[in-house]
Design a protein around this ligand. Structure first.
Ligand SMILES: Nc1ncnc2c1ncn2[C@@H]1O[C@H](COP(=O)(O)OP(=O)(O)OP(=O)(O)O)[C@@H](O)[C@H]1O
Ligand SMILES: [Mg+2]
Length: 258
């Protein structure tokens, strides 16, 4: 049984089918790439799965349960998390505060416990701090934990965005362009982070990315979209040679060099 099943997913914006009768599976433990030229519908797919949009039609099953159209907080509670094409962080706070805030959303300490600062509350706070620190360590960000978020280099900010998404302890993490705007060294570091997330935390990943070298290097399998429809599916080496994909990218501004 796949971890995530997308069935005949369709999303219209006015008369435009941004996602058009799309079906694909995500298997537990894999890293699946979702690629396609600008405007192909990749982010809309993420938005429909994560509850930002309700699909016009079609279904999404997670762990064999119908999660179609659930609100984002309910989707997160089920175990699906995502990052955004643009990283949203609290710039005025230390880096770790971003992760702590996300951990707190999951922990939800009761008002009673918080107000009276009970031993259980203090223990929970200590656990959350440990959890946030462990996440930063895993992602190689421990040394910037106390640095001001706004002043961090782009690569660290994108890494921190991933840490925030992991704070809800998801089973499935969807990443929207995790290496965009990064220099080659930052790309390498970020790809290492993603491998670790799968290998050490056992989290299944779906990665939307235009950087083909990165996608081909990390993904077990790739689904390619154009105009909201699937145009190919296969292993990276199959996708690289696929004439439909090469054609879809021809004339676009993107770097399809591998
Ligand atoms: N909220 C919205 N309202 C109207 N149209 C939208 C909305 N979001 C996306 N679209 C349109 O849907 C289509 C798919 O957009 P989407 O952002 O999903 O593409 P994408 O594959 O993520 O592209 P990119 O690689 O540039 O991020 C585009 O034509 C876009 O203009
Ligand atoms: Mg997008």
């Amino acid at each position: 049984m796949p971890l995530l099943e997308v069935r005949n997913l369709t999303k219209y914006f006015g008369g435009l089918a941004a996602v058009d009768d799309l079906s694909f599976d995500v298997r537990e433990g894999e890293i699946l790439g979702l690629i396609g030229p600008n405007g192909a519908g990749k982010t809309t797919v993420f938005n429909c799965i994560s509850g930002v949009f309700s699909p016009t039609s079609g279904k999404v099953f997670f762990n064999d349960e119908d999660v179609t159209g659930l609100k984002p907080n309910k989707i997160a509670q089920r175990g699906i998390s995502r990052t955004f094409q643009i990283t949203y962080l609290f710039d005025a706070f230390p880096a770790i505060a971003n992760v702590l805030a996300a951990c707190h959303m999951r922990a939800k300490a009761g008002v009673w416990r918080t107000f009276f600062n009970t031993p259980r509350y203090r223990q929970q706070e200590a656990e959350i701090m440990q959890q946030a620190m462990d996440l930063l360590k895993l992602l190689g960000l421990a040394e910037i934990a106390l640095e001001n978020t706004g002043g961090l280099p782009h690569g660290h900010k994108r890494g921190l965005g991933v840490a925030v998404a992991l704070a809800t302890q998801p089973k499935l993490l969807m990443l929207d362009e995790p290496v965009t705007g990064m220099n080659p060294e930052e790309v390498r570091v970020q790809m290492d982070r993603l491998s670790k997330i799968r290998d050490e935390l056992g989290v299944t990943l779906v990665v939307v990315e235009h950087n083909m070298r990165a996608v081909m290097g990390i993904c077990d399998r790739i689904v390619a979209l154009n105009f909201g429809k699937q145009i190919a599916e296969g292993r990276p080496e199959e996708i690289r040679e696929n004439p439909d994909i090469i054609e879809a990218y021809l004339g676009s501004q993107e770097d399809y060099a591998t």
